[in-house]
Ligand binder design. Sequence first.
Ligand SMILES: [Fe+2]
Ligand SMILES: [Fe+2]
Length: 407
Amino acid sequence: MSTLIRIEREANSGELEAQDRHNLRVAATAMEIARKLRWSDYKRLALAHASGEHHSTSYSSGTTYWERVIRDVNSQSKIPVRAANLHMETEARELSQVIEMSCLIAKRWEAAPEDLIMWAEIQNEIDQRVKDGLFDERHVHVLRQRGQAGAELIQQVVNTLPVFPTIALQAMQIASDPMAAGRKLEETVNSDAVLAGEILRAANSPAYGVKSPITTIRQAVLLIGMGEACRVIAASLFRPMFQAPALRPLWNHSLEVARLAEACARLANQGDPEEAFLAGLMHDIGRLAMLKTPPEMQSRIKALTDLGCDPLFAEMMMFGFDHCAAGTQVLRSWQIPQPILEAVAAHHAPERSDSVLASQLYLAECWAQGMEDLPSTRRLQSAMDRAGLRPEHQNLLPQVETISAWH
Ligand SMILES: [Fe+2]
Ligand SMILES: [Fe+2]
């Protein structure tokens, strides 16, 4: 059985070892390069095969090794994918360089959470190796190109998303300002029928147990409070964007992170809890944008994550950037205030930003167990320090069931 087929089976049964996960990332990177370079089937199959054993003693960069691999993949595939060994020396060099470059990328990625390095630094290291003549510029070029194509894809999605209503943004800003007067919020909400309906619906919900129906925004805001009014407005804005059944898990996750980020702010008395809630709702808007790209992109990302690649790595492979960058692109187009934009941009690497909100989002993301990237004890500790929290605070956070019951 080929090593990659075994890994695939074990990935499905959830028994992957660290080495297997590394091999998968190498295969994912190598196959992406081969796909972009339009390499023939036999070369892709050979790369997949070699990815599974590139740390074993059977791997070598020599011609003999690659001839043997190509013979093997020929004999295993139903239709011979290669008839003759042409230019084997050149091809062996190309194939080895792709495997070795993919291995370096995967290794740096795996160490990144504790080394606190980012993709740009990995890219710089690769560029240096091209200058040193160790890697081929053509192979690196296809990886660099993805960023431009990915940004264009996300922009196409952004153009299809509803325009962020200015009135709702104003209402959220008023409601999240502790000094704001209820009357100002009342005037703003009253000028938008949808928002007014949502606030009334919340006030008349069984949670508040009112005996006679609430019919004015003034009464409703007095009853539910400015903070809850802010949350209701925000949720009513975002919920329609996640309406498709496939997007429901992401909506539930966004709500969960919003509640947890708000709780982090309250527990440590750091920052603005309402702003943390809003940022939580928006933190993975980049994932939403990625999920709305063409189905072909979706199935390739799904194939990688099903195999065991962490979602952030799959995003980097497919788009050339992660959902933090995609989210920033969306939020900028909506003219969302800078503090939220900055926090969303850094929510998987909060140590890169001065924003406490970024650390609160990171902690909420970890404690919601979204499993979007590799765990990092160093990053977790630095986020807790900055957010003024300790590990035991986790026990004081709202439970998932409570969060799911909301809306
Ligand atoms: Fe998330
Ligand atoms: Fe995220």
